[in-house]
Design a protein around this ligand. Structure first.
Ligand code: SAH
Length: 214
């Protein structure tokens, strides 16, 4: 996924520089989210042939037509989601596992990330990349995120990195009342707040490019 905003500054060459850039641009604001970005090295989620570009603010291919999202996009999505300590979070599109690791760091040991990936090989990639981080609060699944993970719900928050024509109804149903969904819709990012069983408040931010939802 890519955000169309471009940056004039020289590309970051360390993870620390990447975080400093996102903080300087005020894309990252929340201390817990900033700490997670510092603790999770983006290079660990990038294919070896692209290691020299690991800290550039751009999406990079991870195979199977998917990309690890642009850091600015990941930062915006997490700042909008506002994951909290102990949250149960459903993630659609594990991909490289980068967002999964960030979520797991933010919600701490007693929270849990349930991450579902459509392409079995990418689930394998996420699993491999995450080994190093030894996070005990992640469960990875291969399957279709559009139907959610009913038996593990309801969730405090839901986040998707793949863009469809609508926010999946099943996911809305598996969200706790007062929960929040951050998901792409076409080339916009949508933030849905669940006010009651069927009532949602919606905010839409245009100007993104996302991997399509299968
Ligand atoms: N968060 C990932 C982004 C990967 S791109 C990262 O940080 O690397 C989006 C991912 O969504 C791709 O891996 C793609 O295979 C996956 N995807 C697409 N449609 C899906 C679906 N219906 N259910 C689950 N995952 C899906």
């Amino acid at each position: 996924t890519a955000n169309l905003r471009s940056s004039r500054s020289a590309p970051a060459v360390t993870n620390q520089q990447l975080v400093e850039k996102l903080v300087f641009e005020k894309t990252l604001i929340t201390p817990q989210i900033i700490n997670a970005f510092k603790a999770v090295d983006r290079k660990d989620f990038i294919l070896s042939e692209d290691h020299d570009r690991a800290y550039e603010d751009r999406p990079l291919p991870i195979g199977y037509g998917a990309t690890i999202s642009q850091p600015t996009t990941v930062a915006i999505m997490l700042e909008k989601l506002q994951p909290e300590r102990d949250d149960r979070i459903l993630e659609i599109g594990s991909g490289s596992g980068y967002m999964t690791a960030l979520l797991a760091k933010i919600i701490m040991e007693r929270g849990k990330v349930f991450s579902i990936e459509y392409v079995p090989e990418l689930k394998g990639l996420a699993e491999f990349n995450l080994i190093k981080y030894d996070l005990g609060n992640i469960a990875l699944f291969a399957g279709d995120g559009k139907i959610g993970l009913k038996s593990y719900g309801p969730f405090d928050k839901i986040i998707s990195s793949a863009s469809g024509k609508e926010i999946p109804k099943a996911c809305k149903g598996q969200l706790k009342a007062s929960g929040r969904i951050v998901a792409p819709l076409g080339d916009s990012l949508v933030i849905l707040d669940k006010l009651s069983k069927r009532k949602f408040k919606e905010e839409k931010i245009p100007g993104f490019v996302f991997v399509p939802l299968q």
